[in-house]
Design a binder for this molecule. Structure first.
Ligand code: OGA
Ligand code: MN
Length: 256
């Protein structure tokens, strides 16, 4: 079961709010490799020619082992300077402004993410990555409802996400995050009581779902690497959100 029962103490500090579900080892290493390679391919293809060239040069000079099955997952990332990371986000505004009412157009989502690149994903490159379909269908089987939006978010080694609640007019009652690459800490903080804090270590291959109470009444953030000794590298997250008004039914818990 995908449930709070699965928290191992090593992954957790504080009291986890209800409606937060976590599986630390949802994806196998080979599934992680496939998902990360496909996500990088999508972002890289959409990126500027200047940085595409930089990546090409870096690959040939590093004689990179990326893509080779035995190479560690972290080697799928090139050095930070091969990516066109944005320093400060206009991420939330860009994607969501068109849905926003005046309340959410004020700009308080701006500046939440630092040192990142992102994209709205409309399709996965399933033809190029044979293992992708089975990995995605396993993920699909734990989604609380259909009609989803998918975003890729690539954090630089020094990237971070400051505390926020995802725009409530742009997506519905649940948000699923897949973590790939460097470990990071997800911090949850009650909006009503800032002393109510939980921190969850998100290893590569883990998934979490925030729904209902935690989705609306807690801020979440992804801490900088300095907060965590082993998290020295880049991280990719696949963020899946239900579209507003398509989230009427949420099963209590979801089977793995
Ligand atoms: C976001 C977000 C968390 C993550 O993109 O809004 O909070 O796990 N991402 O990357
Ligand atoms: Mn968020």
């Amino acid at each position: 079961m995908l449930s709070r029962r699965l928290f191992s103490l090593a992954n957790l500090r504080g009291t986890i709010p209800s409606d937060f579900h976590f599986v630390p080892d949802f994806f196998s290493v080979s599934e992680q490799r496939t998902l990360l390679s496909a996500a990088l391919e999508r972002l890289d293809t959409a990126g500027s020619r200047r940085f595409q060239k930089r990546r090409k040069n870096s690959r040939s000079s590093l004689n990179s082992t990326a893509g080779i099955c035995e190479a560690p997952l972290s080697e799928l990332f090139l050095p930070d300077d091969c990516y066109e990371f944005l320093q400060v986000s206009s991420y939330f505004l860009c994607i969501w402004r068109r849905h926003d009412n005046a309340k959410f157009a004020e700009g308080h989502y701006d500046g939440v993410i630092h040192n990142y690149r992102e994209m709205h994903l409309t399709s996965w490159p399933t033809a190029e990555f044979p293992g992708l379909v089975p990995a995605l269908s396993r993920l699909q089987s734990v989604l609380p409802s259909s009609n989803i939006q998918t975003h890729l978010l690539h954090l630089a080694s020094d990237g971070e996400i400051l505390p926020h609640v995802d725009n409530v007019s742009a997506s519905g009652r649940w948000i699923l995050g897949v973590s790939l690459g460097s470990d990071r800490i997800l911090r949850l903080e009650s909006c009503a009581n800032p002393d109510e804090v939980a921190e969850i270590l998100l290893p590569s291959g883990s998934i979490y779902i925030q729904s209902d109470t935690v989705r609306y009444q807690y801020k979440h953030s992804i801490l900088r690497n300095s907060a965590f000794a082993n998290g020295a590298g880049q991280r990719m997250s696949i963020m899946i959100r239900v579209s507003p008004s398509y989230d009427r039914t949420i099963p209590n818990l979801i089977s793995k």
